[in-house]
Design a binder for this molecule. Sequence first.
Ligand code: ADP
Ligand code: MG
Length: 454
Amino acid sequence: MKLDTRALRYLTAEDWRVLAAVEQGSKNHEVVPTPLIAQLSGMRGGNNVHKNISTLAKDGLIAKVKNARYDGYRLTYGGLDYLALNTHRKGDMIFSLGNQIGVGKESDIYICASPSSRQLVLKLHRLGRISFRTVKANRDYLRNRNAGSWMYLSRLAAQKEHAFMQVLHREGFPVPEPVAWSRHTVVMEFIDAFPLRMIDSVPDPGRLYAELMDMIVQLAQRGLIHGDFNEFNILIREKGGSGGQRDEETEEGSAFAKDATLTPILIDFPQTLSTNHTNAEFYFDRDVNCVKRYFERRLRYTSDEPGPFLKDAIKGIDNERRLDVEVEATGFSRKMAKELDRFVEPVSNEVEGADAVPADEDDLDDEDDEQDEVENDFEDVDDVKPERESKEASAFEQPDEATISLDNLALDDDLAVKDPRLFADGLSALQTSQDAVVVAQKVKTKKRAAGWAI
Ligand code: ADP
Ligand code: MG
């Protein structure tokens, strides 16, 4: 699912208005009937709306759906991408968009820049793009699920991620500064750093280890467990040290200069959970063990200290300062968290014999047989990372039960067609600034040097 920004250059204000109308109509309609699109766009009476619809459909921003009862359109992920980008552009959050720098399990990461040339990251959540492992359990479920509900869940994931990043950043945790959120996207500070995954040696592993464990404990003291605290989601920023030069950069990974100062930065929060969660201890221990295992295997470092343990970390927790409670109160409600949890479980990326949530044996047996089918069904499955496993396979057995109502899909910004005149001013295209290209190239080169495919 590539973000193709070419059409941004020539969409007219009316095209935007119609696109926003399709989004608005999706609140209550899986397939938005054409007359409703016309009505919501405020362009009744003219033929123009058909012209706009056909432009949008040609660009893949909406898709025609023939329903048993009527014909209509639905918003595509491409259309949702455009609406979100447009909001960020209008809010002066994003001025230019650069290359893709990452493909996560269920996200695409692009580099971008603000009007003042600050380097930022645009994370587009793509729930519904699934891993090979879970495909068997998910397959029937996916077939019975409409694209709109994946978009709704992606939107919840973005909202949750933004909400947690906001409180964590404010409280001084080392996380990227969140800049904006719209629909299924989060704009955040760009961290010019390697994921821990790419690092083979560090000058003082004991120190980094202690810092990471301390971060897990500090989070728990504020009521939170990251839930996916692993080498992919910890970026290691390097300061100083022989002018920032590495001693060596090999095919397998990178080594840091001996006198470099390394700061771990934590990313990726859609699966963050409360220390009050029923399985809090399991997830806390798994976060801890992810770090332990990585240090033992890759960095040849084993700590003498046992733990840390959740029960110690939350001893004497100050309820007034709980961030889990605060996030709940600021809009990302318990109900929303529950809906999302069924799909974005706090699961681990670990592959190598991790104590991850046990997978369904049947799923693993005929994994190879499934591959062709997967590729046919989901063209976009192009994960570069190990897959997550699904604990709650049973949740997928009853498509009806799991279908999510779109009623509470609230539009979060001025693109809701409250006043079509909002679209009157023409939109200029997002242009890829030279800076963004250069940064993206730099990241790419770094990753290539470390043997990463992008
Ligand atoms: P997912 O939820 O799909 O795993 P992540 O948030 O972990 O997505 O991002 C995927 C990858 O993109 C990361 O491993 C990292 O390499 C890169 N990335 C994500 N956010 C940032 C950021 N703020 N700065 C720099 N790189 C980032
Ligand atoms: Mg990640």
